[in-house]
Ligand binder design. Structure first.
Ligand code: 5GP
Ligand code: ZN
Length: 135
């Protein structure tokens, strides 16, 4: 199947992984709107939340609950936005279910403009988050 996130899950395309368990992989968005912008994806392909299983939907939120404190600590964030673009009308570009976790820092603009971090910057952010996850 020609799905970029399935290729990332399979390890055929690299990503900056921050967490994984049996059902979910979390990695940094390549075009983040804030430092630490993370995508949480069920490992089993479904185009969107409605086409996937209830268990995968529940697991996504469990991983948010588990991961958000580590992401906030690693990035210095004081809050975060969660978002899911569900369907073409909502601006979904990648048709493999994914939840955006966008850390927010007090005093910084809360925009959805994509930044262009270097691979080194993404690697450093992912490493900082992984360290907090492992604590
Ligand atoms: P959507 O609009 O479908 O909710 O968002 C898809 C997201 O996937 C975008 O924020 C985009 O930056 C991100 N993205 C697209 N291709 C890749 C990729 O190959 N690697 C990573 N890490 N993120 C990607
Ligand atoms: Zn897929």
């Amino acid at each position: 199947m020609d799905c970029i996130f399935c290729k990332i899950i399979a390890g055929d395309i690299p990503c900056h992984k921050v967490f994984e368990n049996e059902r979910v992989l979390a990695f940094l968005d390549i075009g983040p709107v804030s430092t630490g912008h993370t995508l949480l994806v069920p490992k089993k392909h479904a185009a969107n939340l409605g086409e996937g299983s209830t268990d995968d939907a529940i697991e996504l939120m469990k991983v948010v609950h588990q991961l958000a404190p580590a992401i906030m600590k690693a990035t210095g964030a004081t809050g975060y936005n969660l978002g899911m673009n569900h369907g073409v009308s909502a601006g979904q570009d990648v048709f493999h279910t994914h939840l955006h976790l966008m850390p927010r820092v007090d005093g910084l603009a809360r925009t959805f403009v994509k930044m262009s971090p270097t691979m080194e910057e993404l690697a450093a952010t992912a490493e900082a988050i992984r360290r907090e996850v492992e604590v």
